[in-house]
Write a protein that binds this ligand. Structure first.
Ligand code: SF4
Ligand code: SF4
Length: 563
């Protein structure tokens, strides 16, 4: 509310609520009633849902009805999903092998430039930034806006796809896509509509509630994960590699699934960054110092902080990510000595963490007899680090830079502010640099506002066309300019403010506008690590003072030694 005069304006706004923006704005009470009569939904016990999150509310706000035309791509292999699909009518096909070529999926095909192309690019750069060709009919890879309120890629020749690829039908009543939606992992296969198909798309928030309050849905989702992915997960973990298949199967059968924290941690994290709050006290505790562990904890996705009590506060020792485990030394020592060992650290969730709990009994029966004491990590090694290192670790965890695989770290003692790095970036990217030489600092170091190509790239979640994606070859997070519709979902999701929306222009410098709305056409842009350029990121090569490096925060100590 404005107060007028010279006084500062005070505006009172309602706190945003989860269902302020329904997933499907067109869902009606009639649609919900129809859904409640379907056997897959009718089997759900309404009474198990809390008053504030009733099943009808979930169906009304967290789901939407989507009609797919034959050939429409429903989910793409490699995409990071945020929803699952229940087929209501019609049929779809999943592509088993070989995968569909990238151009059919609406992916950018990155060709590495040759030496002469790279040199010629220096002279081709125009005085006008962000020049693009006018979109031609032949380059259209997305359908116009549809019921989902966005655009989508589609396949034109279904018989050829079925002929050249091994595929399998998925029919009405089948739920798919739930694992990627709940675990923020990539879709493992492409699914497209074979006929006119009606599906119920359930966003992950609603899916999580269904799994939480309905035993049947939870069993179905967990069973799919257990049969498809859990054994692989153990086989890939060095700790379990020596186990026989039978022992591994027993462990798979008894392992428990747990989740901690909030899946959309970027929203609360952004808020915390703006207000400067301390999050450690609010972090959900996964295992507490002094307690006796009943199982080994394996991190399946996300990050967790390991800390110890220090005075009235806590000191961060390290953090764990996907594939790491926790509690092994206490369990192993207890088994060796016959006396239960207490945990000497606390494990808390940084954002959203997916955890697998392997019961202690299973470890004692199958794993410990083949484990040597040298294979058991000791917390003492972490405590022995210097306070300087601890402070750096604390900062990296606090700022969530532990998520980075390619953070742009600038040594402020070496940097002369000449901006050669920024100019090199601009001349590689249509005249506009893809980063800002500005960012958070620690001691003499600054992490610049450049995309860090995160382990958990939350910017990918929600992109309606899949334009922002992780490159299958390099693992870099890149944007397909052709399929980006400039909706800004990614920019609003990046917790580090590393995506910018830009107006695009013709050769003449004229801003391209949408003929219907007459608004400028926007595209999302960010650092692509000079994907396709000879010699890697131009910024690093351009720095005359060796002040700029791209680093993986998980290997910070190693990187620092070489600098
Ligand atoms: S855009 Fe942001 S969230 Fe996405 S990978 Fe880059 S830094 Fe991470
Ligand atoms: S603006 Fe971002 S989220 Fe929207 S289409 Fe483009 S890349 Fe995807």
């Amino acid at each position: 509310m404005g107060t007028g005069g010279d006084m500062a304006d005070v505006v009172s706004v309602a706190r945003p609520q989860r269902w302020d923006t329904p997933f499907g704005p067109d869902m009606t009470d009639g649609d919900v009633d129809d859904l409640l009569r379907r056997p897959e939904i009718a089997s759900i016990d309404l009474d198990r849902f809390p008053i504030h999150t009733p099943l009808t509310g979930i169906l009304r706000n967290d789901t939407r009805l989507v009609r797919f035309a034959p050939g429409d791509i429903v989910v793409r292999e490699g995409d990071y999903g945020n929803s699952a699909f229940l087929i209501l009518d019609g049929g779809m096909r999943v592509v088993i092998a070989p995968s569909l070529p990238r151009n059919l999926l609406g992916r950018q095909v990155v060709e590495r430039k040759g030496f002469f192309d790279s040199v010629a690019q220096l002279w081709r750069n125009s005085w006008v930034p962000e020049i693009r060709d006018r979109p031609g009919e032949s380059s259209r890879m997305v359908r116009d806006a549809d019921l989902r309120g966005g655009a989508r890629a589609f396949l034109q020749d279904i018989p050829a796809i079925i002929d050249q690829h091994r595929t399998a039908s998925i029919n009405a009543g089948t739920l798919f896509g739930e694992l990627a939606a709940l675990g923020r992992i990539q879709r493992t296969a492409t699914v497209f509509a074979e006929t006119e198909t009606l599906a119920l798309e359930i966003r992950w928030q609603g899916l999580r509630e269904l799994r939480k309050y309905d035993e049947g849905w939870r069993r179905q989702i967990d069973a799919t994960y257990r049969s498809n992915a859990l054994k692989n997960h153990f086989e890939e973990n060095a700790l379990f590699r020596g186990l026989r298949s039978q022992a591994l199967e027993k462990i798979v059968e008894t392992t428990l699934f747990e989740t901690y924290g909030s899946f959309d941690w970027h929203a609360s994290y952004r808020q915390m960054r703006q207000t400067g709050g301390d999050v450690l006290d609010d972090e959900p505790i996964i295992a507490r110092e002094g307690n006796y562990p009943d199982g080994l904890l394996l991190i399946r996705a996300g990050f967790a902080r390991v800390s110890v009590k220090l005075g009235n506060g806590r000191r961060t020792l390290t953090y764990l990510g996907a594939g790491d485990h926790y509690g092994l030394s206490a369990l192993y020592d207890g088994w060796k000595t016959g006396e239960a060992g207490a945990l000497d650290t606390t494990l808390s969730a940084l954002g959203y963490v997916d955890v697998l709990r392997v019961p202690a009994g299973m470890l004692e029966e199958h794993l410990f007899p083949i484990l040597t004491p040298a294979e058991v990590p000791r917390v003492g090694e972490l405590v022995a680090r210097s306070l300087d290192e601890d402070a750096l670790m604390e900062w990296a965890v606090e700022e969530r830079y532990v998520n980075a695989t390619q953070a742009m770290l600038i040594d402020l003692q070496k940097c002369t502010r000449c901006d050669d790095c920024v100019r090199a970036c601009a001349s590689t990217h249509e005249g506009n640099p893809r980063f800002i030489r500005h960012g958070r600092t620690f001691d003499n170091y600054m992490v610049a506002n450049a995309c860090m190509h995160c382990i958990d790239p939350v910017c990918l979640i929600g992109c309606p066309t899949g334009a922002i994606h992780r490159s299958v070859e390099s693992g870099n997070v890149i944007i397909n300019d052709e399929t980006c519709i400039g909706c800004a979902t990614c920019a609003n999701s990046c917790p580090y403010d590393n995506i910018r929306l830009v107006e695009i222009r013709e050769e003449t410098g004229a801003v391209m506008t949408d003929p219907e709305t007459e608004r400028p056409i926007m595209k999302a842009t960010k650092c692509d690590l000079c994907e396709g350029q000879l010699g890697g990121p131009a910024c690093v090569r351009a720095c005359p003072h060796d002040a700029l490096h791209r680093i993986d925060f998980r290997e910070l100590e190693e990187a620092a030694k070489q600098w």
